[in-house]
Design a binder for this molecule. Sequence first.
Ligand code: IMP
Length: 180
Amino acid sequence: MKTVYFVTGNAGKFREAKAMLEKLDIEVQQIHYEYPEIQSDDLDSIAKYGARDAAMYLKRPVMVEDAGMFISALKGFPGPYSSFTFKCIGNEGILKLMRGVEDRNAQFRSVIGFCEPDQEVITFSGSVEGEISNEPRGKMGFGYDPIFLYQNKTFAQMSIEEKNEVSHRCMALRKFAEWL
Ligand code: IMP
């Protein structure tokens, strides 16, 4: 069985990756290490920088993931600033910004960076289209899940298995697992 070291402090991301990769016979271990997150409009560059730094510091092959929610009517905001925005204004703040806005289209994107010490980083990406709901719904998941509608359910109304069928993260993870 292969083992992958996922450097993340986000328990929700780790649970999803573990559930998905263990079905494919890949063991996932979580490592807590705060790699630097560069300021960039591009998730790929953020994941690459983080993976390279973590592999060098931890001296082993590592995987990191950078994700974000891009809202069409807000010209892609919060995008690469999703984590900071969530901490500052949360789902209530996003819903306030979206009050009365007709175009509710949004996209989640994920980029996984995999790096072995002294090697180039390899990235794998995934995305999913959805809509911003009018109110939070559901208790599962994390972050923006309660306001991200996929068809007629929010991600927070889906089990990990259901979310892992359609999410941005599972799409990137599937590509990574195939490569591995
Ligand atoms: P980062 O990838 O750690 O920079 O975090 C991006 C932020 O986007 C997280 O803090 C979450 O708030 C949010 N986020 C990323 N992926 C998801 C997801 O699958 N569901 C809900 N929120 C997410």
